[in-house]
Design a protein around this ligand. Structure first.
Ligand code: ADP
Ligand code: ZN
Length: 336
């Protein structure tokens, strides 16, 4: 059953002190960057990085919540990037079988993707997001003032997901992104706000149609199948790996669906405007090995998200051999 949608608040204000009644969860970077924000609040702080997205961190948060005497009426607010909001949502969903919670995403990736959709959880060893819940936050506050301190590579990370929505659903957005570049949006608050709202609308629409990923929500995995494998193998930032993954998917579509080579070429050009790569010297066999362990595989292959055209996507069951061929051509840069 679809749980109720969160309330969205869009603002651009230098973050003001937070209300004392709630309990906040954040990472040490955000805590140090915005000291006034957390003054006088009950805040739980943990160390940033994927290696801390674990049950141990959730246990630490649980201990702190107890110490703060959190109860069923206490609201938990996760303030940070995707790691913080994923953990905060999970800790809030499991403590006393669930407290009200909301998010203030502080990265572009968090605003356009990670904070939306109700997936919360932690990693287990090398298995990303193996343990978790689907539970929608009560509210999400999108405050673009946070982005003023965001490092360069985090901007590109977020733009990989923005480009993903354009490829999947919105050719007009693709054209708009093509007319501009990463510097334009970083320097133009209004355009950035509009862009974030468009992405939020796309993700919300898909999640509302298919909260539990039985159908159209799978489309959001575009670029993420080979992308995740490359991210894990080469410790590459998520956005860069997804960018390469999207190009691999275009090469597969050319062979499997007979789509035009120009789609991948246009995408490669667009990626370059957002400081994202289109090729990478990966080891094909290593990537195939990781893909064969993918939790989304079945006996014959993997459901792959392919573009029929820019703004139009489909789900196709592919054999590992056709994926392997496309990996070879991406690696050699034969098409682009
Ligand atoms: P995401 O999954 O959204 O990329 P993470 O939680 O992995 O986010 O955060 C990426 C890194 O960026 C972390 O080190 C985090 O502390 C840092 N970070 C998050 N928001 C900001 C911000 N507004 N300014 C500077 N650094 C930030
Ligand atoms: Zn992603």
């Amino acid at each position: 059953m679809q749980s109720s949608s969160p309330k969205y608040i869009f603002q651009h204000s230098n973050p003001k002190p937070l209300p004392a009644k709630s309990i906040f969860i954040t990472d040490t970077h955000i805590h140090e960057l915005y000291p006034n924000l957390f003054k006088g609040t009950r805040t739980i702080v943990f160390r940033p990085g994927e290696e801390h997205k674990t049950q141990e961190t959730v246990q630490y948060i649980t201990k702190e919540l107890l110490q703060f005497e959190a109860h069923r009426k206490t609201t938990i607010v996760g303030i940070g990037g995707g790691i913080v909001t994923d953990i905060a949502g999970y800790a809030a969903s499991t403590y006393m079988r669930g407290l009200p919670f909301g998010f203030m995403p502080t990265t572009l990736l968090g605003m356009v993707d990670a904070a939306i959709g109700g997936k919360n959880g932690v990693n287990y060893g090398l298995h990303k997001n193996l343990v978790g819940t689907i539970n929608q936050p009560g509210f999400i506050i999108f405050d673009t003032a946070f982005l003023e301190t965001l490092p360069d590579h985090e901007w590109s990370n977020g733009f990989a997901e923005v480009i993903k929505y354009a490829c999947l659903f919105d050719s007009a957005l693709f054209d708009e992104l093509n007319r501009n570049d990463i510097r334009y949006y970083r320097n133009n608050k209004e355009a950035l706000n509009t862009l974030i709202q468009i992405c939020v609308q796309w993700k919300t629409k898909i999640v509302n149609e298919d909260e539990h990923e039985n159908g159209n929500r799978k489309l959001l995995n575009f670029g993420h199948t080979a992308g995740h494998a490359i991210e894990t193998l080469y410790h590459m930032p998520h956005g860069q790996a997804v960018a390469i993954g999207m190009i691999i998917a275009c090469n597969i579509a050319e062979k499997e669906l007979g789509t035009d080579a120009s789609i991948g070429q246009k995408l490669a050009l667009l990626l370059s405007k957002y400081d994202l790569p289109a090729t990478f010297d990966f080891n094909v066999q290593e990537v195939i090995n990781v893909l064969t362990m993918d939790k989304k595989r079945n006996d014959t292959g993997i459901e792959y998200i392919l573009l029929k055209n820019i703004g139009e996507a489909c789900i196709t069951l592919l054999s590992f051999s056709s994926i392997e061929q496309a990996l070879v051509s991406t690696k050699n840069g034969s098409n682009h």
